[in-house]
Design a protein around this ligand. Structure first.
Ligand code: HEM
Length: 489
């Protein structure tokens, strides 16, 4: 799951201001302690590295690299300097072990809350609330993850999402066609509108309409506060976002109460959305507050990660005509086959398009929508001869692994064909994380991207305008990826 926050200004002054805000936000002032000379009985030692400057540590370099077109430069420089893909640093106010080592990442991802717990900036935890799946641990996290994961993977939900997506795309495609040849549209905006409506229906059962519109407005107000100063006074960004979340929670709780009333009358029937699934569990731990908080948090990938995946795919395809051509051929063949048979497309049809899936996999690898994940060690942990002391953060930097030339030939090149031979289920490919917190929405994300791409490439040709990827604080296309579309005959 990823988060969005306000588009950062590109000018240096605003960048510096933001960096300062970040530092404050991450409670910069705690210990500037030098690393203790520690070694475990087993011989494990602190990884090589430096804590950088007093107070700020190495955060400014991290942030300035993050704003550049090569955010991985921060890690690459140190990797070269220390001869190790695991090094220590001091980031956002905390002693941190940074790892670009796939095996170490795998170990941390597989570990449970006895060794590592999730760690997020304070503004984020304030907004997500104590019962968010992103911060809860142990049996409660496993229960919520298991329930929603099974629902998100279910053929029923995939069929519903496919039908919904086709229903929502049809008027959008017709409107683009009506605008005539060369109509200009920003893929990112359209992807956001469509994906949000579909996932929100899957989560809380709300149909498109004025209430959905209001919810989306509140959601946008909420999401900009996820990375803000952790000050809750009236007028502050965080305060306004918390107010927006309260208003959204009222809408979701009203839906929950309505569902409870109906369940009391007729038993409720088969679950139609994620609320039904969590309510149906009957556990006292799954309170209305927990359900509504999580439903709102689950909307983050609907507004952010999935639309960005679609937008990045369109960008990379626009820059690789051969891949676009092959994708188009594969999708046209499917469309013609289904038309001849007089059948509508099912979710299994989309997921069986092997080249389309390779395009999505390669987009995830090179796009790095979630560049990394942080955890906090709750005890001293030893991995591959490295000591991660209790209380330290571990920053698993997936981006550097995905762009490692020892693991991927010509790693910065968009090459979907590489996945013909390559195994996706390795620790060197973790766009959806791994272990107990492996993204439960990964199939849905792939399915929605496949459907969007299918309808775009089978209905239109396009010419892309120049746009570039911004990687920080979240990945997105600066101009929303404008393209000029012309309907196919
Ligand atoms: C391109 C799209 C997506 C990407 C790149 C993505 C990425 C990730 C990653 C890396 C994690 C692991 C976080 C961690 O280990 O702390 C995660 C967790 C999660 N994702 Fe996704 N995600 C995407 C789409 C979705 C969708 C569509 C949903 C569902 C609506 C979803 C729901 C979740 C949830 C609930 C978790 C938390 C799981 C837990 O902590 O037990 N994600 N996602």
């Amino acid at each position: 799951m990823s988060v969005s926050w306000p588009a950062p200004s590109t000018c240096a002054a605003a960048g510096a201001l933001l960096a300062a805000a970040w530092l404050l936000c991450f409670r910069l002032f705690p210990a500037v302690a030098r690393p203790r000379r520690r070694a475990m009985k087993t011989g494990a030692q602190l990884p090589p590295g430096s804590f950088g400057w007093p107070v700020v540590g190495e955060t400014l370099d991290f942030v300035s690299c993050a704003y550049s077109p090569r955010p991985e430069a921060f890690v690459d420089k140190r990797r070269l300097r220390y001869g190790s893909a695991v090094f220590r640093s001091h980031l956002f106010g905390s002693a941190t072990v940074v790892t670009a080592d796939a095996e170490v990442n795998r170990f941390v991802l597989q570990s449970d809350a006895r060794s590592f717990v999730p760690w997020y900036p304070r503004s984020l935890t304030e907004l997500m609330g104590k019962s968010s799946i992103l911060v809860i641990n142990g049996s409660l996290q496993r229960r919520v993850h298991g329930l929603v994961g099974a629902f998100f993977k279910s053929p029923q939900l995939k069929a519903q999402v496919t039908a919904d997506m086709q229903r929502r795309l049809a008027p959008a495609l017709a409107a683009w066609r009506e605008q005539g040849p060369g109509a200009r549209l920003r893929i990112q905006d359209h992807a956001k509108t469509i994906v949000f409506q579909i996932l929100v229906r899957a989560l809380i059962g709300l149909e498109a309409g004025p209430e959905m519109q209001q919810l989306k407005q509140q959601f946008q107000e909420f999401i900009v506060g996820l990375m803000s100063l952790p000050i809750k006074l009236p007028g502050t960004r965080l305060y306004r976002s918390l107010q927006a979340k309260k208003r959204m929670a009222r809408v979701v709780q009203r839906i929950i109460q309505e569902k409870r009333r109906r369940r009391a009358l007729d038993g409720g029937g088969a679950p139609r959305d994620a609320i039904d699934v969590l309510m149906g569990d009957g556990s006292e731990e799954l309170t209305d507050e927990l359900i509504s908080d999580n439903m709102i948090d689950f909307m983050i990938p609907a507004e952010d990660s999935v639309p960005v995946l679609i937008t990045l795919a369109v960008k990379f395809l626009s820059e690789c005509p051969l891949a676009l051509q092959q994708l188009e051929e594969e999708n046209m063949q499917l469309k013609m086959r289904k038309t001849d048979l007089g059948e509508t497309l099912q979710w299994t049809d989309y997921m069986s398009l092997s080249f389309t899936q390779h395009v999505i996999t390669e987009t995830l690898r090179i796009g790095n929508i979630i560049s990394g994940i942080m955890r906090k060690a709750v005890r001293d942990v030893e991995v591959k001869g490295h000591l991660i002391p209790k209380g330290w953060r571990v920053f698993m930097y997936f981006r550097s692994v995905h762009l490692d030339d020892m693991l991927y030939e010509d790693p910065c090149k968009f090459n979907p064909w590489r996945w013909k031979e390559k195994d996706m289920s390795t620790s060197s490919f973790t766009p959806f994380g791994g272990g107990q917190r492996l993204c439960p929405g990964l199939d849905l994300a792939r399915l929605e991207a496949s459907i969007f791409l299918h309808h775009l490439v089978t209905s239109f040709r396009w010419v892309a305008e120049e746009d570039h990827i911004v990687n920080f604080p979240t990945v997105r296309l600066k101009g929303g990826m404008p393209i000029r579309v012309t309907a196919k005959d």
